[in-house]
Design a protein around this ligand. Structure first.
Ligand code: DX5
Ligand code: ZN
Length: 219
């Protein structure tokens, strides 16, 4: 079995103490920091922007895994690259020019990823499989933390696992939304290798125990 990475979502952190929260999950063994960028247009919520990434970049060596929920997105890509994003992922539903946006992320020297909403089929990524280093499957409708895991996405995760394996390329398969110690094993079983978790990490008193529980280990 492949080692699973845990990417805590900063959306569930204490926004009055962001620097300390980032240092705490780093010390607790998190692999990546997941940053949810919401524009109040593509999704019905507003989170934070590149200035927050820039302020936090010096607080950790964890890769910044940036999930853009923005439409139109292209004009914002350079700002997130400059602010310290390592991986930049955007929604297949965010506009008609997914291929161009992925090219732009590559041209900025960052790692491109594509995100699929629950109602979007796996086949949408087939024409861009050669361009991405990450595929993110939403297991909630994007916009808010703390929602319930949508189980009907599990066959899609398995289908994407098969598509990725057939390429022979290194493409991370990430799952985001409602991931808990109960649903994490289902995602891993279906073939996910990166798990995003907001509430299931920041909502717990012991971050190291919460991260270990998501990996399937003991606290
Ligand atoms: C939802 C975001 C998620 C969210 C996950 O739009 O993409 O990353 O923070 O939160 P939980 O883990 O609480 O479902
Ligand atoms: Zn996210």
């Amino acid at each position: 079995t492949r080692p699973v990475k845990i990417a805590p979502s900063l959306l569930a952190a204490d926004f009055a103490r962001l620097g300390e929260e980032v240092a705490a999950i780093d010390a607790a063994g998190a692999d990546w920091l997941h940053l949810d960028i919401m524009d109040g247009h593509f999704v019905p919520n507003i989170s934070y922007g590149p200035a927050v990434l820039k302020a936090l970049r010096g607080r950790t060596r964890m890769p910044f895994d940036v999930h853009l929920m923005i439409a139109p997105v292209d004009a914002f890509l350079p700002a997130f690259a400059e602010a310290g994003a390592d991986r930049i992922s955007l929604h297949a539903e965010a506009g008609p020019h997914l291929h161009r946006s992925l090219q732009s992320i590559r041209a900025l020297g960052r790692s491109p990823g594509v995100v699929l909403n629950p109602a979007t089929p796996a086949a949408v990524v087939a024409p861009v499989l050669d361009m991405v280093e990450l595929i993110l499957v939403m297991t909630v409708n994007p916009g808010f933390g703390g929602q319930s895991f949508i189980h009907s996405q599990l066959p899609k995760i398995a289908e994407l696992r098969r598509m990725i394996d057939a390429t022979g390329r290194e493409i991370a398969l990430e799952v985001d939304g409602g991931v808990t110690a109960e649903t994490a094993p289902l995602c891993i079983e279906a073939g996910a290798d990166v798990l995003v978790a907001g509430t299931a990490v920041f909502g717990k008193p012991d971050y190291a125990a919460a991260i270990a529980a998501l990996r399937g280990g003991l606290a």
